[in-house]
Design a protein around this ligand. Structure first.
Ligand code: BES
Ligand code: MN
Ligand code: ZN
Length: 483
């Protein structure tokens, strides 16, 4: 769907949207105003954020479809609820062009409405070959009717963000037979056109670097692993050290020899949601030509059981030289990340590194689907992420880390084991990654296991891939890492 803006109502719009704040008078600037007001009263439409009322009026000889949409208190969230409601209502309604009267709402508010409308239109129909015409989306454009000169610029920025989020959703939603390490990299190749520098390590490169943990996970799969690095420097070399994002990209997680139970295993196609978010934010930053230097790194592997798969009890040597006793092959995300974050630090010497991962089921037990878990060795970085999370809608909640938790992953035979005791599973997973963060590096770990996939529609998404992580990272860069 295309988002446009115009000072006047476009002639092709088959549907007109009027926005009303909570309890505002329903007085659309049209001939049949009284009829609309009465209809709103009888349907109890009172402008609550995201509420809608569908009706028809005549304009001369023509029938015009109207949609009244509530913008509540006009907060960012309320505007996004309104935008998403427009799309949810009209996406397959037969309406092709919709015009939204922006009267009474400022450019910033309208840009949030537009972003949400666009995000809510995303779906993946690639494999649905039998959709009837009526089931297919009809909505092709949404025009914001507003004379505010600030609006077009804001829409360009929001579009960059939307494109990033939708790219993440695509990668997350694709099944494991389509998206595997090599094809994940192939999908990212077009980012080079945006000015992103792409480098890729294959199995041989990683073996030469001693990435025994990442390769140990990959060895049970016929799919070759990859380490993908995307670099965006919008500072023209002014920022020497990049901010680093590192994503867990397990393109399918069967658990390996510590095989997961069958029911629900299909969910593990989205075990690359951290890597997906990293790629999406890189796309957004490049599209909006952010004045920042950022590198996004994805550790890409498939975790399969096989005659060559690693065994529980195997000991692997990581690129850092530290050894790991692999007690459970299903705790594979940390094994991928430990080599990826070490390589990131060796290669780019960042001051700040943030990793994202669908790391633990325990995270979903703790926070459900409302917050991602945040772990950090630096209070300032943690606060920045919490604030960016609140502002962007990708909400985070901080968990503790400490030496007492760290001790729980000591191994009697190697430097550490890859699982802790039964309790505090998300924290011991974070402690594992922390052992690969060099002194002086500000680090945060986002466990987004509960956030990348939704079983029911949410604020700006339908069921399925949410694109979680892109917005909080984009907002973080915007606030703190731009020149
Ligand atoms: N990818 C899973 C975590 C996960 C589970 C994400 C469910 C989203 C939904 C991860 O690789 C995993 O299997 N973790 C284990 C760790 C355990 C073996 C210590 C888990 O959480 O059960
Ligand atoms: Mn696993
Ligand atoms: Zn996993």
């Amino acid at each position: 769907m295309r988002i446009l803006s115009s000072a006047t109502r476009p002639a092709e719009a088959q549907c007109l949207v009027f926005l009303f704040a909570k309890d505002a008078a329903v007085t659309p600037p049209i001939a049949q105003q009284a009829l609309v007001r009465d209809a709103a009263a009888s349907a109890r439409f009172a402008g609550e954020a995201g509420s809608t009322l569908d009706l028809y009026v005549t304009e001369g000889e023509k029938v015009v479809r109207l949609l009244l949409v509530g913008t509540g208190g006009k907060s960012t969230t309320d505007m996004e609820k309104a935008g998403a409601a427009i799309t949810a209502r009209l996406l397959t309604s037969g309406v092709v062009h919709v015009a939204v009267d922006g009267e009474g709402h400022d450019a910033e508010a309208l840009s949030h409405l537009a972003l949400a409308a666009q995000l809510r239109s995303w779906r993946i129909d690639t494999y649905r070959t039998k959709l009837t015409e009526k089931q297919k989306p009809s909505l092709a454009s949404l025009t914001l009717v507003s004379g505010d000169a600030a609006l077009p610029g804001l829409l360009v920025e929001k579009d960059a963000l939307a494109q990033g989020i939708m790219f993440t959703r695509e990668l997350v939603a694709e099944p494991g037979n389509i998206i595997y390490p090599e094809s994940f990299v192939a999908r990212c190749r077009s980012l080079a056109d945006l000015g992103i520098e792409i480098s890729v390590l294959d199995e041989k490169d990683m073996a030469a670097l001693g990435m025994g943990a990442l390769l140990g996970v990959a060895q049970g799969s016929v799919r070759q692993p990859r380490l993908l690095a995307l670099r965006w420097d919008g500072t023209g070399g002014a920022q020497a050290k990049p901010l680093c994002f590192v994503g867990k990209g397990v393109t399918f997680d069967t658990g390996g020899i510590s095989l997961k139970p069958g029911p629900g295993m299909e969910d593990m196609k989205w075990d690359m949601g951290g890597a997906g978010a990293v790629v999406g934010v890189m796309k957004a930053l490049a599209l909006r030509k952010a004045n920042a230097h950022v590198v996004g790194i994805c550790g890409l592997v498939e975790n399969m059981p096989d005659g060559n798969a690693q065994r529980p009890g195997d000991i692997v040597t990581t690129m850092s030289g530290q050894t790991v006793e692999v007690l459970n092959t299903d705790a594979e995300g940390r094994l991928v990340l430990c080599d990826a974050v070490w390589w990131a630090q060796q290669t780019y010497q960042p001051d700040t590194l943030i990793d994202l991962a669908t790391l633990t089921g325990a995270m979903i037990i703790s926070l459900g689907h409302e917050h991602g878990g945040l772990f950090s060795n630096d209070d300032e970085l943690a606060d920045r992420l919490l604030e960016a999370g609140k502002a962007s809608g990708d909400k985070l909640w901080r968990f503790p880390i400490s030496e007492a938790y760290d001790k729980l992953i000591d191994s009697p035979i190697a430097d550490m084991k890859n699982i802790g005791p039964r309790f505090a599973g998300s924290i011991t997973a974070a402690q594992f990654i922390k052992r690969y963060i060099k002194d002086g590096v500000k680090w945060a770990h986002l466990d987004i296991a509960g956030m990348v996939w939704a079983d029911k529609p949410g604020l700006t998404w339908d069921k399925g891939a949410t694109g979680f992580g892109v917005r909080v990272l984009d907002e973080l860069v915007r606030r703190h890492y731009q020149g």
